[in-house]
Design a protein around this ligand. Structure first.
Ligand SMILES: NC(=O)c1ccc[n+]([C@@H]2O[C@H](COP(=O)([O-])OP(=O)(O)OC[C@H]3O[C@@H](n4cnc5c(N)ncnc54)[C@H](O)[C@@H]3O)[C@@H](O)[C@H]2O)c1
Ligand SMILES: O=C(O)[C@H]1O[C@H](OP(=O)(O)OP(=O)(O)OC[C@H]2O[C@@H](n3ccc(=O)[nH]c3=O)[C@H](O)[C@@H]2O)[C@H](O)[C@@H](O)[C@@H]1O
Length: 333
């Protein structure tokens, strides 16, 4: 789907193809396509990441969230429960299900009945729908609540990404500040989690995802139904993210500080990851400074190769480098 620059998706698919990963272009809600896929490949495990993922975009195109995140998940669960053998499913929920929860750090036992965005509500709905498929069909299901994931090849509609693009282009960025009142945490912050740590968490979940039925439907006992936070347990104020980007890009940001609008954003996230540590062996090891450096290096090479070379040579830059690789900048915000 073209929510953002499909060239980025094709670039990722090309990378995956080099490691022998076969990419099928289709709609996750297409039951026929899924049935065909499960026919040709006896999947033992499914890592389900397809979704409409932008928090704020749900105000713009709400039905795309219901289609991708609810209908799409049900289509996948229907194909999985009818498959033989039934695959174990690990899928991406979201820290946004904690919504207006004020108990920090967020634990998997905290309330998740006050979502702040339609996106969060579709993710929470997904968690409850998954429970039904575990209860009725014995599907092994693991929900991973990722916390603001960033890194190379990331999403251009996320703040770390479009802040980088706008700072380099000398365009102003809008930095939200909390309207204060009520929550004790006033600085807007996120438990930013580097992509490589998230990948390790996903692999830990797949490796430990027991299945309740082998081929031929032999029952193996109650199917696992699990939920884990995958975060970095070190929330950072968004203002500090901008400070770091200014240093790495060697360009001063033009900041427009505004009160956080009621657009589905939450003031802060902070993950308690002790359950994932214990049961998945999850150990995040990349702090924001280290991870952002890798993102910025990738960004410059992908969009501004000339600037990347200059920065390497002189370690300096006016940041107004030439336009990106395809002359365009990502469109989604
Ligand atoms: N990036 C984060 O900070 C973050 C945090 C928490 C949860 N998540 C979740 O992680 C998963 C991956 O998100 P991401 O950040 O990599 O975003 P992404 O947009 O890069 O990945 C989602 C992919 O799903 C595909 N998709 C969307 N609708 C589809 C449909 N109807 N049929 C088939 N494919 C469809 C998109 O083309 C896209 O490639 C999502 O489920 C998202 O909700 C992401
Ligand atoms: O953790 C999660 O589950 C969610 O993390 C991110 O959502 P978010 O943390 O809101 O990420 P951004 O949209 O990149 O925002 C990061 C921070 O920057 C702030 N922001 C955003 C946009 C902007 O213009 N200015 C600004 O200050 C936001 O309020 C937020 O505090 C992803 O976009 C979601 O897909 C994911 O589900």
């Amino acid at each position: 789907n073209d929510y953002y620059d499909p060239a980025l998706k094709r670039g990722r698919a090309a990378l995956l193809a080099r490691s022998g990963v076969y990419v099928v272009d289709g709609d996750i809600a297409d039951a026929e396509l899924l049935a065909k896929l499960f026919d040709v490949a006896p999947f033992t495990h499914v890592l389900h990441l397809a979704a409409q993922a932008g928090v704020r975009h749900a105000l713009v195109d709400p039905m795309s969230y219901v289609r991708a995140n609810v209908a799409g998940l049900v289509a996948l669960l229907e194909a999985a429960r009818a498959a033989d053998p039934q695959p174990a499913i690990v899928w991406a929920s979201s820290s946004s299900v904690y919504g207006l929860n004020s108990h920090v750090p967020f634990s998997e036992h905290d309330r998740t009945d006050r979502p702040a965005s339609l996106y969060a509500a579709t993710k929470k709905a997904g968690e409850e729908i998954a429970h039904v498929y575990n209860h009725i069909y014995g599907l092994s299901l693991t929900a991973l609540r990722f916390f603001t994931v960033y890194g190379p090849w990331g999403r251009p509609d996320m703040a770390y990404f479009f802040f980088t693009r706008d700072i380099l282009a000398g365009r102003p960025i809008t930095v939200y500040e909390s309207s204060g009142g009520g929550t004790h945490q006033t600085t807007i912050s996120r438990d930013f989690t580097y992509i490589d740590d998230i990948v390790k968490g996903c692999i830990g979940a797949l490796d430990t995802a027991g299945r309740s039925t082998g081929s031929g439907g032999k029952k193996r006992g109650p199917a696992p139904f699990r939920t884990y936070n995958l975060g970095n347990t070190s929330p950072v104020p968004v203002t500090q993210l901008v400070d770091l980007l200014e240093k790495m890009l060697k360009v001063k940001a033009v900041r427009r500080v505004v009160k956080m609008p009621r657009n589905g954003d939450v003031p802060y996230t902070h993950a308690n990851i002790s359950l994932a540590q214990r049961e998945l062996g999850y150990r995040p090891s990349t702090d924001l400074q280290t991870g952002l450096k890798k993102f910025v290096r990738w960004y410059l090479e992908y969009y501004n190769p000339e600037l990347a070379v200059k920065q390497k040579q002189h370690g300096s830059s006016n940041g107004k480098g030439s336009r990106g690789r395809n002359g365009s900048t990502s469109s989604a915000r």
